[in-house]
Design a binder for this molecule. Structure first.
Ligand code: AMP
Ligand code: TRP
Length: 325
């Protein structure tokens, strides 16, 4: 059976980009593969964070994964720090990675830009991510478009390690959704939707209720002209709405365009489709929130299962580099 692994940072509430770029394909994966999903709390501490909120955000993210449709009887959901092998494998891979290739990582350049100082952890972030993936012999890693470069690094490290020390790691492939792999900010459709956006109006949260979704889409920035066309270069706002509509209701963004005589009708259709798509997640979230003990049980079972796989990979890795056993 194909092995799948992916991860999400416990940054609090999840947004539509996370849902479409990641969670939705994750819930499809659980029916066709042996899937592991990891809440990467050790990645979250590479930038400023609030220790008082880390644990509750981790639980909130786990609840969001369950709400998005992940079923713990079909996949393994766990917290990264609860499987210590991730950190240990990361160190070994850090000795395989080079400073030069790490400096080229776009996310590091973006997050580090304008900061007086950045942590060594932020620099090493992509190697820890490679460890997350390689620890599970993952064949496939479903992520949004923004993670492609990190995936490429994980592949490079696996190849290099195998060439130096003998076949040890499975070389993973990225799997990026065809539609909405990069959901853009509704207020600034040239930037990707993210939690740190300037205006909260630009970001639809997974748990927003239909009236909030309606308001955000109604106020979404559109482009000059009046014609509904799929043209991400010249009409980024309208194209983003078409992508959302396509992702939520099926069809292809360029073909859907002709069905809408003006921007207003496209906005109404997108609102309805997005609100309807997110409805089950909203309902499930409410149900799981009433039972935090159950969420903790899911995570503890998950860490147990994940730990067995990761420990076996780490033993193999130690043997490959000749560590005394
Ligand atoms: P993060 O919250 O950054 O840890 O991201 C979790 C997952 O959501 C990753 O697979 C990302 O690629 C995906 N993701 C985050 N933002 C977006 C976005 N704006 N569009 C599509 N996918 C996204
Ligand atoms: N870096 C990813 C993000 O910000 C999260 C992540 C950490 C991840 N480890 C991973 C994704 C392993 C896939 C596989 O979205």
């Amino acid at each position: 059976m194909v092995r799948v692994l992916s991860g999400v940072q416990p940054t609090g509430e999840m947004h539509l980009g996370n849902y479409l770029g990641a969670f939705r394909s994750w819930s499809a994966e659980q029916y066709e593969s042996d899937a592991f999903f990891c809440i990467v709390d050790l990645h979250a501490i590479t930038v400023d964070f609030d220790p008082k909120q880390l644990a509750s955000r981790t639980l909130h993210t786990a609840t969001s994964l369950l709400a998005a449709g992940l079923d713990p009887s079909r996949c393994t959901i766990f917290v990264q720090s609860q499987v210590h092998e991730h950190s240990e494998l990361a160190w070994i891979l850090e000795c395989t990675a080079t400073m030069g290739e790490m400096r080229r990582m776009t996310q590091f350049k973006e997050k580090g830009a304008g900061q007086e100082s950045v942590s060594l952890g932020l620099f090493a972030y992509p190697v820890l991510m490679a460890a997350d993936i390689l620890a599970y012999d993952a064949d496939r890693v479903p992520v949004g478009d923004d993670q492609r470069q990190h995936l490429e690094l994980a592949r490079d490290l696996a190849h290099r390690f195998n060439a130096r020390y003998g076949e040890t790691f499975v070389v993973p492939d990225a799997s990026v959704p065809r539609v909405a792999s990069r959901v853009m900010d509704l207020q600034d459709p040239t930037s990707k939707m993210s939690k740190s956006a300037q205006s909260h109006l630009g970001t639809i949260m997974m748990l927003d209720d239909p009236t909030v979704i309606e308001r955000k889409i109604r106020r979404a920035v559109t482009d000059s002209g009046t014609e509904v066309l799929y043209d991400p270069e010249n009409k980024p706002g309208i194209s983003n709405l078409l992508e959302l509509l396509a992702a939520a209701s099926g069809g292809a963004p360029d073909q859907l365009a002709s069905g809408y005589p003006n921007y207003g009708s496209l906005k109404s259709a997108a609102t309805e489709a997005v609100a309807e798509m997110l409805r089950p997640a909203r309902e499930r979230f409410a149900a799981f929130s009433r039972d935090p003990g159950e969420v903790r049980r899911v995570l503890s079972d998950g860490a147990q299962r994940a730990g067995e796989v990761a420990a076996s990979t780490l033993r193999r890795t130690h043997a490959a580099i000749g560590i005394l056993t």
